[in-house]
Ligand binder design. Structure first.
Ligand SMILES: Cc1cc2nc3c(=O)[nH]c(=O)nc-3n(C[C@H](O)[C@H](O)[C@H](O)COP(=O)(O)OP(=O)(O)OC[C@H]3O[C@@H](n4cnc5c(N)ncnc54)[C@H](O)[C@@H]3O)c2cc1C
Length: 507
């Protein structure tokens, strides 16, 4: 079997990709990202929410916040209950374990020796300790492992890094395979559409370094262009809702109404605090001398603040005591900025962002023209459902409760955002709508299942089209309760077995 891997972006040569904290520099760099926008969002006053995605080998795993979170067992059991055989937690756990190289060693839930390195944070900070203590004082159990038997708790995140450097899928999976004679990696090659012979995919058409090319697939076409790219390519190929395709000027080849529907994402609201304890990373970043020392520390030891991801402390909690599992996640960082990825504040800031784990709001994204370079119209529909608004509000109240605990309060100067004047439910919700941002987890737009809105079956084959699979975050029928990188890698691990099994059956 020979494999051609096509990537619209380039190679991952930008050095900031490989330094974990480089995330703050790369996520809005158009050389390595697609700069999408979700909106105008009908429930956020018509705002457009910036949606960066990786456009480089490794995709978003090359620019993401590196947090290693799998979600809850129930997430996958629900996928199975929706009719997807083989996707219960018990059945996907071996793929999480197989992918993992857990620094703490293997056990019944964790793997070691896999391609994806998972490590503990390589820095210490008293403000992080204070937040963990405050969480415990607010009644949330301490935990060392959000991917253990129970997700609930407060403690440090683990990161996808190896020796203090980013463990992207390009570094973990692709690089070790590049010597294989049957693999050809073609970068700067944007797929424009899938070539169909009736109802069979026979290849792809792409623009590689400005030249149009058709690449034939003897066995199958595997679409892994992400939650935005995969439905976009299907629609550009004439696979989708006839009304959408007709108005975009694309000939309908296969009526598949679920393409681009069922869009889900995590929506976060940030709390920013000014601290009297001068241990914010803002204090380091805004001081040229300390910044230099940080660079030297990282160069010498691969430790220190350049190893931080999108959160240092995590917290998974229940907003109501009667819940069986957490419904809210916190990302706590000992730094602050006006917007994620922008310059840091000049005061000693820290940030606690909260997001609801299983939002019920559903959005959609569709092409509006036959031009493959045009951004699809994306509407996430954040906060459309009352339950999403309520849980977000309850999460904000929990953030306030934690900040009131002695271990945190003793170092707290003031709440900068939303600010002490924001007190009523109405005012808090207004802030959520006005200031909330994405946690960068779009998924669900080519959902797996067997109902009329499903796009792929449980073996990730596109319904009604032969020789075509989708293997990325778009196939998740429901959002998982956490960050989406590890689950996407699990999906790919499982898909690799299915591809091999199906190939053997064909022979
Ligand atoms: C800024 C940011 C921070 C994040 N932080 C975290 C985190 O801390 N932890 C976590 O678990 N998850 C995080 N995520 C989410 C996680 O990285 C993604 O869910 C995961 O990478 C999704 O993988 P995917 O394969 O579905 O899509 P992607 O990783 O987006 O990959 C899609 C690939 O397809 C390519 N592509 C798209 N269209 C075409 C085309 N037409 N032709 C050729 N190639 C194409 C893209 O360039 C890209 O390389 C973050 C994401 C972002 C953007």
């Amino acid at each position: 079997m020979t494999v051609a891997l096509l990537e619209a972006g380039g190679r991952d040569t930008n050095p900031w990709i490989h330094i974990p904290a480089g995330y703050f520099r790369t996520m809005f760099n158009p050389d390595v990202t697609w700069q999408y926008g979700a909106g105008p969002e009908p429930h956020l006053g018509g705002r457009v929410v910036p949606w960066p995605r990786g456009r480089v080998l490794g995709g978003s795993s090359s620019i993401n916040g590196l947090l290693y979170v799998r979600g809850q067992a129930r997430d996958y059991d629900v996928w199975r209950q929706l009719g997807n055989e083989g996707w219960s937690y018990r059945e996907v756990l071996p793929y999480f374990r197989r992918s993992e190289d857990q620094e703490r060693g293997a056990d019944e839930l964790h793997g070691s020796g896999g391609p994806l390195a998972v490590t503990d944070v390589r820095m210490s900070n008293p403000l992080c300790e204070a937040y963990i203590d405050a969480g415990a004082e607010a009644g949330i159990p301490r935990t060392r492992d959000f991917n253990g038997k129970s997700q609930e708790g407060v403690g440090y995140y683990q990161l996808t890094t190896r020796d203090g450097r980013r463990a992207s899928t390009a570094m973990s999976y692709l690089k070790p395979a590049t010597h294989r004679p049957n693999l050809r990696v073609i970068t700067n090659a944007q797929v424009e559409n899938i070539v169909l012979d009736g109802k069979r995919a026979t290849g792809v058409r792409c623009k590689a370094n400005g030249m149009s090319k058709t690449i034939k697939a003897r066995r199958e076409v595997l679409l892994a262009a992400g939650a935005i790219g995969s439905p976009q390519i299907l629609e550009l190929s004439g696979i989708g809702q006839p009304a959408v395709l007709n108005s975009a000027g694309v000939t309908v080849r296969h009526d598949l109404p679920g393409v681009g529907e069922n869009l889900q994402d995590h929506y976060q609201v940030r709390f920013i605090y000014d601290m009297s304890l001068k241990h914010s990373l803002n204090d380091v970043w805004n001081n040229p001398w300390l910044k230099l020392m940080t660079g030297l520390e990282y160069a010498a030891t691969r430790r220190g603040i350049l190893t931080v991801g999108a959160g240092v402390v995590g917290l998974f909690a229940k907003t109501r005591p009667e819940l069986e599992e957490p419904d809210i996640q916190f990302h706590f960082m000992p730094l602050s900025a006006e917007r994620p990825g922008q310059g840091m504040h000049t005061f000693s800031g820290v940030t606690a962002s909260i997001c609801m784990l299983r939002p019920e709001s559903r959005g959609h994204q569709h092409i509006t023209s036959a031009d493959p370079t045009a951004q699809p119209a994306i509407v996430a529909n954040y906060l459309a459902e009352e339950v999403d608004r309520q849980v977000t509000l309850d999460g904000m109240k929990l953030a306030r409760k934690i900040a009131e605990q002695p271990s945190f309060k003793r170092h707290l100067k003031r709440e900068v955002m939303p600010g002490p004047e924001v007190q009523t439910d109405e005012a808090m919700l207004a802030v959520a709508k006005e200031k909330g941002t994405t946690v960068f987890h779009p998924c669900g737009t080519c959902k797996m299942g067997s109902d009329p809105k499903a796009v792929v079956d449980q073996r990730l084959r596109v319904h009604g089209i032969k020789g075509l699979r989708v293997i990325d975050a778009s196939i998740m029928p429901n959002m998982i309760s956490g960050n989406t990188n590890a689950p996407t890698i699990m999906i790919a691990e499982k898909a690799s077995d299915m591809i091999r099994e199906d190939a053997r059956q064909r022979v």
